[in-house]
Design a protein around this ligand. Sequence first.
Ligand code: SAH
Length: 244
Amino acid sequence: MGKVYLTGAGPGDIELLTIKALLVIKDADVIIYDRLANPDILEHSKDGCEFVYVGKEDGRHIMPQDDINEVIYQNALKYEKVVRLKGGDPFVFGRGGEEAQYLYERNIKFDVIPGITSAISAPAYAGIPVTHRGIAVSFRVVTGHESPNKKESQIPWENFKTNDTIIFLMGLHNLAKISKKLQEVGKPADYPCAVISKGTTNEQSVVVGTLGDIVAKAKDAQTPALIIVGEVVKLREQLKWFES
Ligand code: SAH
């Protein structure tokens, strides 16, 4: 019986992979990976390593999560060293917790190797610090997958009146609803907001706007993309370094 390494692949720039992740990848017998994990990482595996693609894109599951869980489990019965490679960090909207539970229930050993999440690294590459003294004392990472109009939402929209930075993952398709909802709970239409697409990669693109105009400005934005809302967005004017 093998061991599973629930491994964060980082946000896109391959050099943001941790040394710990690289070491298990080099030694893996099988790597089970998503679309968001940069496929160039697989080139660091040893000869004969098996690859299993369980395509998962922007939270939409081409393969149902139950099947992914079972694929990981079956590979753990077959191989000694199983790497489950996931975009960003495995426990930030990656359903890594569910995969770990599934293994726990079946007595399969696992390690978790955290990854650099897109939630903070894509803003960093866009020149937007998620906190900044005097501007934002905290940041939230929120699912944008759920429609803000949903009844009995688990998202505490009323708490978003503060000036803390809010980062929505998986939310590009709900951008119009999210910006509207934030204005309904009291944020002004000129409140700063940005959409970061393909963050940390050579194709990174950043659209800066306000809650009032971001929908029109970001209409051509590509996935994967995140939405960042807060006064910190204005710092990009001085701090953007990656694209320049
Ligand atoms: N576990 C991942 C997030 C998985 S949810 C992490 O920690 O980064 C998938 C969402 O992450 C996407 O819909 C998008 O909002 C965001 N995302 C992932 N990679 C991204 C990137 N390179 N640039 C911008 N957003 C990204």
